[in-house]
Design a protein around this ligand. Structure first.
Ligand code: NAD
Length: 261
C-alpha cells in the first residue's frame, strides 16, 4: 500500500459490484475515505473495509435521479466533511435491436449511463471546487470508440461518456478539476457474467469472445481500478480530457483471432 489517496474523499457510483467495487476496495487500501453510491446494497463492503481500519459508507443512490444523487453527495459531505474525487462507474446495458426497444428502455439506459454523470458533476462541483485539485473519472468502454452489435443505446451512451468527459475537462480545468475516462474492454464482472449466462454455454462464449483479445484473456476489475487510481491522483498531473483504453489490445487490431497464433 502506498497511501496515494491519504486524506482524500472519493464518491464512487456503482461501487457495490464489479469495476466499481474493485475501485472502492483499492481506494480504501490507498487511504481514501470512500462513499459507495449504488442501487445495489453495498453495506457489507463498507463494513468489511471499516473492520480492516478503513473508512467507508454506503448510500442507496440511483444515479439517474437528481434528488437521489444530491442526497448521496450530501451524505458524503456530512460524514467526511468534503469531497475530492468522483468516480462515475454505475452503468447498465440493454441488448436488442433498436427498433425493438421501448422508449423506456432507451431513457432508462441513458439516465444511468449519461445523465448520472451530469447529476454527479452538478451536485459534487460546489464541494470539489473548494479544493485546489479535484478529480473525476468516468467509466466509458471500448464502445466509446467503436460500435458493437445489439447494444445501440449502450454504445451511444458510452460515446457520450467520452464527449462529456472532454467537455467537463475543458470547462472545469481552471477550477482545478481534471476529468478523464477509462475505456475497459471485456472485463470479468457480474455484468459480463450476466450477459454470458444468457448464452447456452457461458464459458465457451467467453472463450470465443476473448479470442478477439490479443492478450487472450478477459480484463480483471482490479486492472481497471488501478487505472482509475492513476487518473485520481497527481501521478497523472497533466492528463486531462483523455480516454485510457484498458482492453488487452482489442482496439489495436482491426482483425484478430488468437487461434491463428
Ligand atoms: N464488464 C465489462 O466488460 C465492461 C466493459 C466496458 C465498460 N464497462 C462499464 O463498467 C462499469 C461497471 O460495470 P461492471 O462490469 O462492473 O458491472 P456490474 O454490473 O458488476 O456493476 C455495475 C454497478 O452499477 C450499479 N448500478 C446500476 N444502475 C444504477 C443506478 N441507476 N444507480 C446507481 N448504481 C447503479 C449496479 O447496481 C452495479 O453495482 C459500467 O459503466 C459498464 O458499462 C464494463
Amino acid at each position: 500500500m502506498s497511501n496515494r489517496l491519504e486524506g482524500q474523499v472519493a464518491w464512487i457510483s456503482g461501487g457495490a459490484s464489479g469495476i466499481g467495487e474493485a475501485t472502492v476496495r483499492l481506494f480504501a487500501r490507498e487511504g481514501a475515505a470512500v462513499v459507495i453510491a449504488d442501487v445495489t446494497d453495498g453495506q457489507s463492503i463498507a463494513a468489511e473495509i471499516n473492520s480492516h481500519g478503513g473508512n467507508a459508507i454506503y448510500t442507496a443512490c440511483d444515479v439517474s435521479d437528481n434528488n437521489s444523487v444530491a442526497e448521496s453527495i450530501n451524505a458524503a459531505i456530512e460524514r467526511f466533511g468534503g469531497l475530492n474525487i468522483v468516480i462515475n462507474c454505475a452503468g447498465v446495458v440493454h441488448v436488442g435491436l433498436l427498433h425493438e426497444y421501448s422508449e423506456a428502455d432507451w431513457d432508462t439506459l441513458m439516465g444511468v449511463n449519461v445523465k448520472g454523470i451530469f447529476f454527479s458533476l452538478k451536485h459534487a462541483f460546489p464541494h470539489l471546487s473548494a479544493n485546489e485539485r479535484s478529480y473525476m473519472v468516468n467509466v466509458g468502454s471500448i464502445s466509446s470508440h467503436i460500435g458493437q452489435r445489439l447494444t445501440p443505446a449502450y454504445t451511444t451512451s458510452k460515446g457520450a461518456v467520452l464527449s462529456l468527459t472532454q467537455s467537463i475537462a475543458l470547462d472545469y480545468a481552471a477550477a482545478g478539476l481534471r476529468c478523464n475516462c477509462v475505456c475497459p474492454g471485456i472485463t470479468d464482472t457480474p455484468m459480463l457474467r450476466h450477459h454470458l449466462n444468457t448464452t447456452p454455454d457461458p464459458e465457451e462464449t467467453l472463450r470465443q469472445r476473448v479470442r478477439r483479445v490479443p492478450i487472450n484473456r478477459a480484463i480483471q476489475p482490479n486492472e481497471v481500478a488501478r487505472t482509475i487510481l492513476y487518473l485520481s491522483c497527481e501521478d497523472s498531473a497533466a492528463v486531462n480530457g483523455t480516454s485510457l483504453v484498458i482492453d488487452g489490445g482489442y482496439l489495436a487490431a482491426a482483425e484478430w483471432d488468437t487461434a491463428d497464433d
